[in-house]
Design a protein around this ligand. Sequence first.
Ligand code: ATP
Ligand code: MG
Length: 345
Amino acid sequence: MNSGELLYEGKGKRIFSTPDPEQVVMSYKDEATAFDGAKKGIIKDKGIVNNRISALLYAMLAEQGIATHLVKVLDERNVVVKKLAMIPVEVVVRNRLAGSLAKRLGREEGDVLNPPVVELFYKSDALHDPMISESVAVAMGWATELQLQKMKEQALRINHILKEFFDGIGIILVDFKLEFGYYQGQLLLGDEITPDGCRLWDKVSLQKMDKDRFRRDLGGEEEAYQEVARRIETALALPQGCRMNNAVNRRGGLIGPDRRYTVFKANIYVTLKPGVLDPQGEAVKNSLHVLNYPNVEEVRIGKYIQVLLQGEDRATAQRELEEMSDKLLANPVIEDYRVEIVEVE
Ligand SMILES: Nc1ncnc2c1ncn2[C@@H]1O[C@H](COP(=O)(O)OP(=O)(O)OP(=O)(O)O)[C@@H](O)[C@H]1O
Ligand SMILES: [Mg+2]
């Protein structure tokens, strides 16, 4: 869909113009760089995975009252965002000692930082993103004191939300980088939140699930990024069917405002494949026996998901719903699903 003009090519994304001068398309690339571009490589499908991760996290942050640049996801690599006047100061929040701070202090990685640390860096590859103080940022005219205060406040609120969220999916949010910009006088969270700019450690194994795998030649970066996406999607989309509607709507670029479309209501039934163990079902069966229903022989627990979907025709809607089921709503390794379009408006 990138018919727009290429406005900027960064290390991880390209920025394209759109017909609306207030919006741009961010297009995520698979290219990975480290050490300010000195190390280069490809992480297969990183662009696709990062687009998914960032869009889901930004949508979640928006629900919690954080103003972000996200408008809508266009397709697997492209997202429409509000065009910001970027502030060239990166805000880094740290919950654990790691990376450049561990190096600066000559300490091992891992100590908990309480309260969390907020640091500012000047966004400049040529200078290797040097750490700066607030007064340098103000004196250089990169941001006002008030803007910096708001950025730091927002960064800590975002940290509070994300730290708890990641904890719930078995991931330690060690640190992350944010970029902010202005849009019609409003400070918005811009850029991305992905394993490219965060340190994420598995809570149990303490394995790294972020770009450090690439930086430090640990291998398995593709799988680690995919696993982060899978856990986020499972936590955000599945237990709350309504969130899925949002995700589907955010693909809305496929359906332009001047195109004719129909709204389809679909029921999706997800069940465990025969032979797959179902501990939850087993527990319910035992409870039913306790409640004096000894005649219950087997209980298998599944999921029922309702999706409202805009589409041009029924066959396309059915195909899209099956695609969604394969990619996200069901786990095709252990689950079967059945898609039923029940109503058409
Ligand atoms: N909403 C937005 N409007 C305009 N520009 C944006 C917006 N969000 C992010 N940007 C800018 O777009 C660019 C995104 O590309 P990318 O992240 O690849 O850049 P980079 O600066 O080369 O990489 P890095 O962030 O790793 O230093 C960055 O310069 C970022 O500041
Ligand atoms: Mg960037």
